[in-house]
Design a protein around this ligand. Structure first.
Ligand SMILES: Nc1nc2c(c(=O)[nH]1)N[C@H]1C(S)=C(S)[C@@H](COP(=O)(O)OP(=O)(O)OC[C@H]3O[C@@H](n4cnc5c(=O)[nH]c(N)nc54)[C@H](O)[C@@H]3O)O[C@H]1N2
Ligand SMILES: Nc1nc2c(c(=O)[nH]1)N[C@H]1C(S)=C(S)[C@@H](COP(=O)(O)OP(=O)(O)OC[C@H]3O[C@@H](n4cnc5c(=O)[nH]c(N)nc54)[C@H](O)[C@@H]3O)O[C@H]1N2
Ligand code: SF4
Ligand SMILES: [Mo]
Length: 743
């Protein structure tokens, strides 16, 4: 007997609605949910393999606890006893900063990851926070923080309506999109072209996305900030800058013009390896399009000028009047966003409120660079304590961050480490306690993060498709118990965490004049929340206080959890629309076009005008059937073209004597790896490419399929010293390497 259940896919940022086929407790099939208000039936090969990902026999079923050096299966009680006994003495003796927290990518794909780490961090008050953001999109947060006063106010391209998309350092035909949640991104690009719009792609590789484009610009890696600065300069020079309705909300235009003056197309052409005439054309096309959006991702962030490039993306959207207008780049409004406050000056965005201990990296958004994790553990300095214990939730930094070998050793030297992870992998093998969450089919789902980045406002919620198997613990409960264990409240009722958050949130809301519950009784309001679990009550709370909420009765037709549950395929909340000035939280209450830290970083960009890498540089790539480091264990998602090979242009291959299929030694600042060459003109000359997330040959893991074709860890080529200074983001693209052909 089989049945079906709806489940939002958590395997990438597109958040497609799936219809799962379930036999007993096993997911035996997955197809796109045609009635889903947002994804309308779209599914990709990863989503179609949901059952295989969910049912991977290597997923851990019980906690593991280290005893006499080896990990053994344990009960949940033993595991949390061990966590409390391991963490508390470190915090009590050495202070909160000696306990580090590492949060990985899947935290933004689970309800648990959205709801509990903020509580843990607030209670612990450790400054040793490291997340996947600093190997990913931190430059975008910093540029949004500086421009708009809110690090999470990230404009997204209005894919369904734009007339012109300039897409930079992103490959949505493989990644399905990022910082732009759009089910069927490929279909949306095709629709753009079908309605007469234009697509320009800037990427050193001729990707599947580039092949779809009207124009592909194979830029030299790391040079996007120069290209974008020159485009802005052309707009000024040729009188094409026209802010339109935005003008009253923007300050600093003359200063911006001055600051960018010397970045002319002719000045940047050599460093970008893009013709000056073409740069002018790109700027003119952008200005001439009836509506246009500039959108950039990983390739523009994980580079030495990541924050400047991210800033310039929005500068171009602003100068062409495309920010905050339909068809341009707009600020989404999610159903669980905070109650919108009235427009006006805010507190602004501060950077560098504290610094890392060893190399004095400034914090950004409360985080220290993941690249600095190893040194914060293994280096003793006069100032402060090293990190001695670590809580790792959904992260595999041994593969995803620079210099895994050093991190391996550092993790081994910790007094105590706990991993919340379904796998015993390259990172969790170092833990003293591993707490495995249940598979996605047994977890509820709501996209707190991605709905704030979605190309259409909508809201959806899936209850667990399969009830928790005996012996399993919901990840929400795992993280609630972990929070209690880490903060000296081991053994308390995990539900108390939710009760406390609800009390605090309502206590604040009733005091805010702009809140729909201003002046009401928080206890009475708490009593009105519905939901079967603490996390559901918290979702109900956020929905009801949010921009579309019922305001606890004030707007009777507004959103509540009950209403959402009555719409299993989701509720459409309409296309993106203009919102300025409301989202701005800058001190001036305006878009601050040339923030101080940005102006202070421009001299570094000026130096880059002269840079011409002499040797080869390496960039990354993603494969449609991959997901960072953790899907190589699923046979249905591996093999074929999804391999860890070194892409190299035929000219470079010939010059270096590299044969297709033969092993090549790649050497970088942090080490070397040997991978088979794949000679292809899909990369531009001077550039080679290796995917990340591979290197599954370390001992002590339980990844029976991944270890059969381990690949190599590209991040071993990095030593962790290359960062974008403003954001602390790792430089993962455009890194210098040397090749040696091996016979
Ligand atoms: N060279 C290079 N390096 C890169 C990148 C690159 O482009 N090039 N990309 C970077 C980017 S964008 C990112 S986001 C990072 C990712 O870096 P990480 O977040 O460190 O890596 P992931 O491979 O996503 O690992 C996620 C971990 O979460 C576990 N996991 C999976 N599902 C769940 C779940 O439901 N709950 C819990 N608790 N755990 C779960 C997996 O088993 C795995 O151990 O890698 C970065 N590293
Ligand atoms: N199938 C699959 N989907 C994924 C993931 C996955 O691992 N696999 N990971 C998910 C995650 S965590 C993220 S953050 C997103 C990322 O989503 P995307 O940003 O779309 O990621 P990529 O496919 O790596 O595309 C980055 C592109 O930048 C190019 N590039 C490299 N250096 C430069 C440069 O200096 N300038 C320019 N202009 N381009 C450059 C690369 O050649 C590459 O084609 O994908 C998500 N989706
Ligand atoms: S595109 Fe992403 S969200 Fe949609 S089915 Fe594929 S992996 Fe899942
Ligand atoms: Mo990412």
């Amino acid at each position: 007997m089989s049945r079906t259940a709806l489940r939002i896919c958590p395997l990438c940022e597109a958040t497609c609605g799936l219809t799962l086929t379930i036999e007993g407790t096993r997911v035996t099939g997955a197809r796109g949910d045609r009635e889903d208000v947002f994804s309308k039936g779209f599914i990709c090969p990863k989503g179609a393999s949901f059952g295989a990902v969910d049912g991977d026999p290597d997923r851990l079923r019980t906690p593991l606890v280290r005893e006499d050096g080896a990990l053994r299966e344990a009960t949940w009680e033993e595991a949390f006893d061990a966590v409390a006994a391991g963490l508390r003495p470190v915090v009590e003796r050495y202070g909160p900063d000696s306990l580090g927290i590492v949060l990985g990518n899947p935290n933004v794909h689970t309800m648990a990851g959205a709801l509990y780490p903020p509580v843990l961090l607030a209670a612990l008050r450790t400054r040793s926070l490291f997340t996947a953001s600093t190997v990913d999109q931190m430059p975008k947060h910093v540029s949004s923080g500086l421009l708009f006063g809110d690090a999470n106010a990230i404009p997204v391209p209005d894919l369904d309506h734009t007339g012109h998309l300039l897409l930079i350092g992103a490959n949505p035909l493989e990644s399905n999109g990022s910082l732009c949640t759009a089910p069927d991104f490929p279909g949306k690009l095709k629709a753009l072209k079908a309605r007469g719009g234009r697509l320009t792609v800037v990427d050193p590789r001729r990707t599947r996305t580039a092949k779809l484009a009207d124009r592909h610009v194979a830029i030299r890696p790391g040079a996007d900030a120069l290209l974008l600065a020159a485009m802005a300069t052309v707009l000024f020079e040729e009188g094409l800058a026209d802010l339109g309705d935005l003008a009253p909300h923007v300050q600093g235009l003359p200063e911006l013009r001055d600051a960018l003056r010397e970045f002319t197309p002719e000045a940047v052409a050599g460093a970008c390896d893009v013709d000056a005439a073409l740069i002018r054309t790109l700027a003119r096309e952008l200005a001439a399009a009836p509506t246009a959006a500039v959108y950039a991702r990983i390739g523009s962030c994980t580079v030495p000028h990541g924050t400047l490039a991210s800033w310039l993306v929005d500068v171009l959207n602003i100068l062409t009047g495309n920010l905050d207008r339909p068809g341009g780049a707009l600020f989404p409004q999610a159903a669980t966003d905070r109650t919108p406050r009235p427009a006006g000056p805010g507190r602004g965005f501060a950077l560098g409120r504290w610094h890392s201990r060893v190399r004095q990296h400034p914090e950004a958004k409360g985080e220290l660079p993941l690249s600095a994790l190893a040194e914060e553990i293994d280096t003793v300095t006069a100032e402060g304590e090293p990190v001695r214990a670590l809580i790792v939730v959904a992260a595999n930094p041994v593969l995803s961050a620079p210099d895994g070998h050093r991190l391996d050793k550092a993790l081994d030297s910790l007094d105590f480490m706990v991993s919340v992870d379904p796998y015993l992998n390259e990172t969790s093998r170092h833990a003293d306690v591993v707490l495995p969450p249940p598979p996605p089919s047994q977890s509820p789902h709501h996209d707190f993060a991605f709905n704030t980045l979605a190309v259409r406002n909508q809201v959806r919620y899936s209850r667990p498709a399969v009830s928790l198997e005996p012996g399993r613990m919901a990840e929400t409960e795992i993280l609630a118990r972990l929070t209690l264990a880490a903060t000296g409240m081991h053994g308390a009722d995990p539900g108390a965490v939710d009760t406390m958050v609800i009390e605090q949130t309502l206590g604040k809301a009733v005091q805010e004049p702009h809140s729909p519950v201003h002046g009401r009784d928080p206890k009475d309001l708490a009593g009105r929340l519905t939901g079967e679990t603490g996390p559901e009550r918290r979702l109900d709370l956020m929905l009801r206080l949010g921009p579309y909420g019922d305001g606890f009765g004030l707007r009777p037709d507004g959103l509540t959890l009950d209403r959402l549950l009555a719409h299993p395929h989701g509720i459409d909340l309409g296309p993106l629309h203009s919102r300025l000035p409301q989202p701005l939280k800058t001190v001036s209450g305006k878009v601050e076009l040339l923030p101080g830290p940005i102006a202070g970083d421009l001299p570094r960009l000026r130096e880059a005008l002269r840079e011409r890498p002499a040797g080869l540089v390496l960039v990354g790539r993603r494969h449609l059937r991959s997901n960072n480091s953790w899907m190589h264990n699923v046979p249905a998602l591996t093999g074929g073209s999804n391999r860890c090979t070194l892409h190299i242009h035929p000219e470079d291959a010939e010059r270096l004597g590299v044969r297709d299929g033969a092993d090549v030694r790649v050497t970088g600042a942090g080490g070397e790896v040997v991978a088979p060459a794949e000679v292809t003109d899909g990369v531009r000359p001077g550039v080679v490419s290796l995917p990340h997330g591979w290197g599954h040959d370390r001992p002590g893991t339980r990844l029976s399929h991944a270890t059969t074709d381990p690949g190599v860890n590209v991040n071993q080529l990095l030593d962790g010293s290359l960062l974008d200074p403003l954001s602390g983001n790792a430089v993962l693209n455009g890194i210098p390497v040397e090749l040696t052909a091996r016979l």
